[in-house]
Design a protein around this ligand. Structure first.
Ligand SMILES: CC(=O)SCCNC(=O)CCNC(=O)[C@H](O)C(C)(C)COP(=O)(O)OP(=O)(O)OC[C@H]1O[C@@H](n2cnc3c(N)ncnc32)[C@H](O)[C@@H]1OP(=O)(O)O
Ligand SMILES: O=C([O-])CC(=O)C(=O)O
Length: 378
């Protein structure tokens, strides 16, 4: 920022520490290491409500009563199917493409085919949001299964969101313990104030572009390894390390090469991520369930090594990586799972931005060549 007298401008690189607007959607408090969705601690929500109730809360500002929840669930279940057109276009995408590219393209196709895309009323945006929430499991599982030459599994309207997601992914009725752990991950991933992908969605919305354009841009921002892409990168690191006894040597070599250790560190939380203890519990239950205590040993060895060497703690992507792995998801599908959850937070912010809009357009400080002129020809 520069002052009126032309003093040296202060650059807030990466907008670190800069508040840019108000939000009533969630509160991330690094001092108390807490996260509230519309006032409710996320740990309480994870312990006592479903992901569908969290979606409702983020969009409408209040938890639903029984009748509201029943109507909401019925609507969500009615939109789970995937149009032939979306499947056809996904089929055209080479299998070498990252699943995040497939999800981004599928959302774009849905937006391009929706006659209501230009309608930016709150009612129309809520309708688009619930359709995307309902369709993302079909998109993600359609893509994961085509990579293994498996048929699409049609959604089941008798199952809740997370049970149906696992059903569509694996074609088997999921066990309750697995459904619960998956639902906890969806709740924890749902919303986190002005993170990079949500901010991207708000920037796009601020130009009066439609909700699908904002979501498509947010998916692109989430793909990066410094943001949502880290959950997948955690599993790649685990693959490189192999076993817990090799974690310290691997870490020393990685840090000597100045590599970032994925799943550790956070822009806002400097004393640990508020969501990690809840997700770690869910992960531990799953590692027990699938008899993979070896992964818990590796998890703890790397965590201890990072604490001792860098005093940096895990973020949410660290425990979700091994959890999704033992559930059977392909590693490249982990970040799309994040999309399936964060669609709720993104769209809540899109609606908030639209309701109180100002074009987001910061200043830059020029540091290129002084003014110069094109030499005369000939
Ligand atoms: C759900 C989410 O999106 S959570 C974030 C997921 N992303 C990751 O897990 C990627 C790994 N983590 C990181 O790259 C970073 O911690 C970020 C991007 C998340 C936050 O970064 P910033 O707030 O910009 O912190 P910054 O990168 O400046 O780090 C500060 C210092 O800690 C170090 N550091 C931070 N995170 C890590 C890490 N994961 N591995 C190694 N060193 C790290 C930096 O190298 C830097 O050290 P220096 O001062 O000696 O140069
Ligand atoms: O807040 C951030 O910068 C990243 C994050 O943890 C999230 O989006 O969940």
């Amino acid at each position: 920022m520069s002052d009126q007298q032309g003093a040296e401008p202060v650059i807030y690189k990466g907008l670190a520490g800069v508040p840019v607007d108000y939000t009533a959607v969630s509160k991330v408090n690094s001092d108390t290491n807490s996260l509230l969705y519309r006032g409710y601690p996320v740990q309480e929500l994870a312990a006592s409500v479903t992901f569908e109730e969290v979606a409702y809360l983020l969009w409408y500002g209040e938890l639903p009563d029984d009748a509201q929840l029943a109507a909401f669930e019925e609507l969500e279940r009615s939109h789970r199917g995937l149009d032939h057109e979306v499947k056809r276009i996904v089929d055209e995408i080479p299998l070498t493409a990252h699943p995040m590219d497939v999800v981004r393209t599928a959302v774009s196709v849905i937006g391009a085919s929706d006659p209501n895309t230009p309608d930016d009323s709150l009612e129309a945006n809520l309708d688009k949001s619930i359709r995307l929430l309902a369709k993302l499991p079909s998109i993600i599982t359609y893509d994961q299964r085509r990579r293994h030459d498996l048929e699409f599994v049609e959604p089941r309207a008798d199952l809740g969101y997370s049970a149906n997601f696992l059903w569509q992914a694996f074609g088997e009725a999921p066990e309750l313990a697995v459904v619960n752990a998956f639902d906890v991950s969806m709740i924890l991933y749902a919303e986190h104030s002005f993170n990079a992908s949500t901010f991207t969605a708000r920037v796009i919305t601020s130009t009066l572009a439609d909700l699908y354009s904002a979501v498509t841009g947010a998916i692109g921002a989430l793909k990066g390894a410094l943001h949502g892409g880290a959950n997948e990168a955690v599993m790649h690191a685990f693959g490189e390390i192999g076993t817990a006894d090799r974690a310290e040597a691997w870490l020393d070599a990685a840090l000597a090469e100045k590599r970032k250790i994925m799943g550790f560190g956070h822009r806002v939380y400097k004393n640990g991520d508020s969501r990690v203890p809840t997700m770690r519990d869910a992960m531990e239950r799953m590692l027990e369930h699938y008899d993979r205590r070896d992964l818990l040993e590796l998890y703890e060895a790397l965590e201890k090594g990072m604490a001792e060497r860098k005093n940096i703690k895990p973020n949410l992507d660290y425990p979700t990586g091994p959890t999704y792995h033992v559930m059977g998801f392909d590693t490249e599908t982990f970040t799309p799972l994040f999309v399936a959850s964060r669609i709720t937070g993104w769209t809540a912010h899109i609606m908030e931005q639209a309701a109180s809009n100002a074009l987001i357009r910061p200043l830059s400080v020029y540091n290129g060549p002084d003014e110069r002129h094109v030499p005369a020809k000939g």
